[in-house]
Write a protein that binds this ligand. Structure first.
Ligand code: RFL
Ligand code: PHB
Length: 391
């Protein structure tokens, strides 16, 4: 089979790329190792920056998001005895949107169906070939067991942190940076109305906690846990007790309402960047090229920002025979990647306890400054609510 762009991965990055390319009349084929049901049900990100929403609007993908998403002015930052509101709209001129990655993935999938996109779910054995030539190709086995060879002008590696694209770039052609953290998150989805109108990020001596949400009826909450924590040692009652303590149940009349837990899991937690984000005719985007810890709510937004740069670069390369944007893609994109890698690391190290009493005092001092100084609060707001997509 022949196409113009072979896209590996039907996560937000891969689906959005196929959508934007189709808008330019460029043909693509998307291959995905998981089933469509799995991809659309996978609970992950929940926060979209204004620039992400603006891009989705411009691409005709924002209708349900505006109808069902929740627009938030800011967040609460708290530590024992104190809760401060940071108003992003006042501080940085824009807010954020709560809209689950599951919903965005479904919207993208529907839009691709309407356009007649070729999407192959359930493929196995994906491999990329001849990347340093003008005729790269991808091979895999389809869900029906048919061996497929996909010849393309370019390959987009949108296959996340565990996909084959990263590994296909030879060690001599890339530099990687990595940071692991001595903790993980236990995340729950609960069928109960959120106990807050905006997200609460809480520092606590027992560990960090986050109160997020998905809708007026569904809450999403997280707890910092030991890196080797076992989900079996966290029965529902223990989770709700820890959340109540860390989020300040009873403080100034605030109450956390528990409810039935629909899903719980322990999440990976690390920073990773690979550069350049291109090798020959293979272009990497989203989690395939970089991973951030979720404390800054940046992963999905970064994936969208990568695609906002990659789609015009591939269009210019394939339609105008101009490689300037494609040649600049990695350097341009990595500026934002490093900004958000730093921001995610900064939020993470400010909010998670390490057991070291000196660290705790520094964190509390930093939190007080961020919450009470306009300069401090504006720095957090600009990074969290989002820098312009081309910065
Ligand atoms: P994805 O979503 O991982 O999609 C990659 C796809 O590639 C497929 N794949 C393959 N396909 C074909 N052949 C192969 N050999 C393949 N190997 C893998 C995979 O099955 C998958 O479908 O990457 P993409 O598109 O780059 O999107 C990135 C985002 O998913 C990710 O950054 C965010 O979810 C991160 N993230 C958050 N980001 C935010 O912006 N805001 C948040 O609030 C936020 N919260 C989160 C998060 C990530 C989390 N987890 C689980 C890591 C909360 C959590 C808990
Ligand atoms: C989420 O709602 O899943 C979420 C929100 C904010 C974060 C991380 C995850 O920083």
């Amino acid at each position: 089979m022949r196409t113009e762009v072979a896209i590996i991965g039907a996560g937000p990055a891969g689906l959005l790329l196929s959508h934007l390319l189709a808008g330019e009349g460029i043909d693509s084929v998307v291959i995905e190792t998981r089933s469509r049901e799995y991809v659309e049900a996978r609970i992950r990100a929940g926060i979209l920056e204004s620039s992400t929403v603006a891009l989705l609007d411009a691409a005709g993908l924002g209708e349900r998001l505006h109808r069902e998403g929740l627009e938030h002015r800011g967040i609460y930052l708290q530590w024992p005895g104190e809760r401060h509101h940071l108003d992003f709209l006042d501080l940085a001129g824009c807010g954020v949107w709560v809209y689950g990655q599951t919903e965005l993935t479904k919207d993208l999938g529907r839009a691709r169906d309407v356009a007649g996109q070729q999407l192959y779910y359930g493929v196995t054995g994906t491999a990329v070939h001849d990347l340093d030539t003008d005729h790269p190709y991808v091979t895999c086995r389809t869900a029906d067991g048919i061996e497929m060879r996909l010849d393309a002008e370019a390959i987009a590696g949108c296959d996340g942190a565990l996909g084959p694209s990263r590994a296909a770039v030879p060690g001599t052609a890339k530099t990687t940076w990595e940071r692991t953290y001595p903790y993980r998150w236990l995340g729950i989805l609960a069928d109960v109305a959120p106990s807050t109108d905006q997200l609460i990020y809480a520092w606590h001596p027992d560990g960090f906690a986050l109160h997020s949400m998905r809708s007026p009826a569904v809450s999403r909450l997280y707890l910092q846990v030991e890196p080797d924590a076992d989900i079996a040692s966290w029965p529902d009652d223990r989770i709700w007790d820890a959340l109540a303590t860390r989020l300040g149940h009873g403080q100034d009349g605030w109450a956390l309402t528990p409810g039935p837990i629909a899903e719980k899991s322990i999440l990976p937690f690390r920073s990773y960047v690979m550069a350049p984000m291109r090798y020959g005719r293979l272009f990497l985007a989203g989690d395939a090229a970089h991973t951030v810890p979720p404390t800054g709510a940046k992963g999905l937004n970064l994936a969208v920002a990568d695609i906002a740069a990659l789609a015009p670069a591939l269009t210019a390369m394939l339609r105008k025979n101009s490689t300037a944007l494609a040649d600049a893609y990695s350097a341009t994109t990595l500026r934002r990647v490093w900004r958000y890698t730093h921001f995610s690391w900064w939020m993470t190290t400010m909010l998670h306890t390490t057991g070291d009493p000196f660290d705790a005092q520094l964190q509390l001092s930093q939190l007080r400054w961020v919450a009470t100084s306009t300069a401090g609060a504006t720095g957090l707001a600009e990074n969290y609510a989002g820098l312009p997509v081309d910065s």
